[in-house]
Design a protein around this ligand. Structure first.
Ligand code: PLP
Length: 468
């Protein structure tokens, strides 16, 4: 299994190569050279497997034997051992047609743990075998950072520096990052938006000497391994609801487009997915794109669902590459114009192809609170604001067929966003016991302006490989 860049100028890599590289050196994103496609019999054979075993089988389709399924299985069993539910990601029925796929039973209570807990172990085993170290840098709007830090804390071969937009993450999100005092962990509070943080990370990767000197690696959602590790839960939930002998649909609250891209990948692999609904908050660039082929960047507005406060969805480039029939030159040119003009020129034929599968729906904060209240009153279900965007989108978009079950990705635990949940329901969802003392733990972070020099200087000083 080889990986190519969406911009066509980077040399192909194997799975370990893309795991450690993150972004391709031409600025593109790695994608499989060919998609594995399963037969109906092969999908059926995955039914009933425990989640780690199913995930190992699916991930092995993307690793080309290094590591192989036999090595992946214990690794994934370890990754999911600390999750708070024996099914890892259980399905909860909300009404006749709609189900919540709970992806938040990991250590940081958000779906990022599903990929990140495994990614940390994949990094460690791969680096140990190669005798290498890396410095992970990442940008977070809240959940990626804490999930990455939990996955990498105290690991021998890894230093990690996470940038978050100061004041734009919830207190729980910030504390889940800043209360980790391990020597290999550093948190930077950047005066700017999440997109500023993401741009700074991209600029560090684009700075070839710095990238080489620090052995930079990425664990944000541009890393292919993360997308790959998100495919199995779409498979598991679809199988539980009758696939491959029955179609399913998914509604995914979306920011960087990584989670829903994994659902698209499962569909590309032959899983019968009838429809993918992309839920957004007031930062509705994807909704505008899907409604009217208008991918125009506006300023990022804070919302009740901060992990979706994003205008530039970095994983969209992987879909764009496919919509342009894998024309890397056209993809590179489209991305260049998006960057310089703030508007992505997508041919109408490619856009209408996207609308065959994807539908968009945007919900403002008032609507989000209403939906959290409705879910509690009507279904007895406490949902966080991100999940509520997903359920509202699932109900707002007409189904292709009402007999097709609709699965909503429940991406965060309600206790992660207690203020919104309390406002909407009057209930303060308690943190699970392992996090109960979060508000009493000391914090450590450094404030920096959104300037590349300052950030690179900090990373240089922090990385242990540099001071050892
Ligand atoms: C990261 C995140 C999202 C958005 O996922 P993407 O892969 O960036 O689209 C949605 N909800 C929660 C709770 C998240 O942490």
């Amino acid at each position: 299994m080889r990986y190519i860049s969406t911009r066509g100028e980077a040399s192909p890599r194997d799975f370990e190569g893309v795991l450690l590289a993150g972004l391709a050196e031409d600025g593109g994103l790695f994608v499989p050279e060919t998609w594995p496609v399963l037969t109906t019999a092969e999908w059926r054979a995955l039914r009933g497997l425990p989640y780690p075993a199913l995930a190992a089988r699916v991930l092995a389709l993307f690793t080309g034997g290094q590591p192989d399924e036999a090595a992946l299985k214990p690794l994934l069993e370890k990754a999911y051992a600390g999750f708070g539910h024996p099914a890892v990601c259980p399905l909860v029925q909300l009404d006749t047609r709609v189900f919540a796929l709970e992806l938040f039973h990991g250590p940081t209570l958000a779906f990022k743990d599903m990929a990140m807990q495994a990614l940390g172990l994949l990094f460690d085993t791969t680096l140990a075998r190669r005798g290498e170290r890396v410095t992970i840098v990442g940008a977070t709007s809240g959940d990626t950072g804490s999930a990455a830090i939990e996955a990498c804390r105290d690991r021998e071969a890894v230093d990690i520096v996470i940038l978050h937009p100061e004041g734009r993450t919830s207190a729980v999100q910030r504390r889940q990052m800043t209360t980790v005092l391990s020597p290999n962990v550093a948190n930077l509070a950047i005066s700017g938006s999440f997109d500023d943080c993401q741009d700074l990370v991209k600029a560090m990767f684009a700075d070839a000497p710095f990238r080489g000197e620090m052995k930079l690696a990425a664990v944000n959602s541009i890393n292919w391994a993360r997308v790959a590790l998100q495919i199995p839960y779409y498979v598991a939930s679809a199988l539980a609801l009758g696939a491959p002998d029955r179609e399913v649909a998914f509604s995914v609250p979306t920011g960087n487009f990584g989670n829903v891209l994994a659902a698209w990948a499962a569909r590309r692999m032959g899983l019968p997915i009838a429809q993918l609904i992309v839920g957004s908050n007031r930062n509705d660039i994807l909704t505008r794109f899907l409604a009217a082929n208008d991918m125009t960047v506006r300023s990022v507005e804070p919302s009740l669902s901060p992990s979706m406060d994003i205008q530039v969805s970095s994983n969209f480039e992987r879909l764009l590459f496919e919509l342009l029939h894998r024309d890397a030159g056209a993809t590179a040119e489209t991305m260049r114009r998006f960057r310089t003009e703030g508007r992505m020129p997508i041919p109408d034929t490619a856009w209408s192809e996207a609308t065959q599968i994807f539908r968009g729906f945007a919900l403002d904060d008032a609507g989000t609170l209403q939906e959290i209240g409705r879910l509690w009153r009507d279904c007895g279900y406490l949902a966080d604001p991100h999940t509520a965007v997903g359920t509202a989108a699932a109900l707002a978009v007409p189904p292709t067929d009402p007999a097709i079950p609709m699965v909503v990705a429940a991406t965060a635990h309600p206790a992660k966003f207690p203020d919104a949940v309390h406002k909407a329901t009057g209930i303060s969802p308690p943190l699970p016991s392992r996090l109960a003392d979060l508000y009493d733990r000391p914090e450590r972070f450094t404030r920096l302006p959104a300037e590349l020099d300052a950030i690179e200087g900090f990373v240089r000083a922090h990385a242990r490989r540099n001071t050892a």
